[in-house]
Design a protein around this ligand. Structure first.
Ligand code: NAD
Length: 304
């Protein structure tokens, strides 16, 4: 048991739910709140306490963790919904949602203004990593606040990277996911071209996964079925990491690139490609399904 610190967990959805359960398992006193009472009941069944509002959840908490759909939700929860006023003096605020870098800095400013410690700590590793407690946390904030957050984050993840000051965790997350999207589109195009040139998926995988084309999109989540056990392609592209989540991260990356006048032609193009998915497919397909989109446009066996 690590501690009897009280942790308010706000937002116990796909990611927050298993993360909160891992905190309970590590011995923390967890109070859960979500707009869905049903989701809260699921965490209570694992040993947490239910709160019927965010304000109630944070009232006596040493640490407040938010895992919400986006930046507006986080800022609204602290301002409009009153968490900032209700939080205990000296509390540590951890936001693990994926949000805009500038909203993350605003979150830090709100916390600083009231004397709270705060870190932005977005994650990578998906629902599988949240359940297994193997998430990577990319953390922004002072060294002191990072040190305070470390044991709590370690109960939910296996790797923590202190990326720098306020907002740096979100910056790292957006840049990483923009790179991931670009590498996945490139991987899908390479598999499609290899097939058109008569190579089997297995032959191309055996080369790309062991040579200079190697990347996560090849080795772990190859966008064709049957070559690597961990790939969502084996399961009809059931997520995994849904297209809608990749769209969200690419939009955040694009906003950051626009705001900082950064040339990101491929990031922008990856967003355009991922926006071609219908809303329904974006919700239900893994981002590796970009291979299906690319190959549906190819006349099979076409050669010059
Ligand atoms: P989710 O929609 O399953 O969970 C969000 C939860 O927040 C919902 O249960 C919702 O009811 C709740 N909520 C919304 N507003 C609230 C409020 N004011 N008070 C209390 N609860 C509120 O989403 P998720 O998949 O768990 O993702 C959460 C965050 O993690 C997002 O920012 C997402 O981008 C990020 N993320 C998700 C994944 C993934 O694979 N799902 C991976 C990495 C990062």
């Amino acid at each position: 048991m690590s501690s009897t610190q009280k942790i308010a967990f706000i937002g116990v959805g796909h990611m927050g739910g298993p993360m909160a359960i891992n905190l309970v398992k590590a011995g923390y006193d967890v109070v859960a709140y979500d707009l869905s009472a049903e989701l809260v009941a699921g965490i209570v069944a694992e040993g947490a306490t239910a709160a019927t509002s965010g304000v109630e959840a944070v009232a006596d908490a040493d640490v407040i963790i938010t895992m919400l759909p986006g930046g507006k939700y986080v800022l609204d929860a602290y301002r409009e919904q009153g968490l900032l006023d209700a939080a205990k003096p000296g509390a540590l605020l951890i936001d693990s949602s994926t949000i805009d870098v500038f909203e993350a800095r605003e979150f830090h400013e709100l916390a600083d203004g009231r004397g709270f410690a705060a870190v932005d700590a977005p994650v990578s590793g998906g629902v599988v990593g949240a359940e297994a407690g193997t998430l990577t946390f990319m953390v922004g904030g002072s060294a002191e606040d990072f040190a305070r957050a470390t044991p709590i984050l370690e109960a939910m993840g296996k790797r923590l990277v202190h990326c720098g000051d306020a907002g740096s965790g979100q910056a790292a997350k957006l840049c990483n996911n923009m790179l991931l999207a670009i590498s996945m589109v490139g991987t899908a195009e390479a598999f499609a071209l290899a097939k058109q040139l008569g190579l089997s998926d297995q032959a191309f995988f055996d080369v790309a996964s062991t040579s200079s084309g190697q990347c996560w999109s090849v080795s772990v989540n190859a966008p064709v079925p049957g070559v690597v056990a961990t790939s969502a392609a084996n399961n009809d592209y059931k997520p995994g990491f849904a297209v809608a989540l990749m769209q969200k991260d690419l939009r955040l990356a694009q906003a950051a690139a626009d705001a900082t006048h950064t040339n990101n032609e491929l990031g922008k193009h990856a967003l355009e490609i991922y926006e071609r998915f219908s809303d329904e497919l974006a919700r239900t397909k893994d981002f590796g399904a970009v291979y299906q989109m690319i190959t549906d446009n190819l006349p099979t066996g076409a050669t010059r």
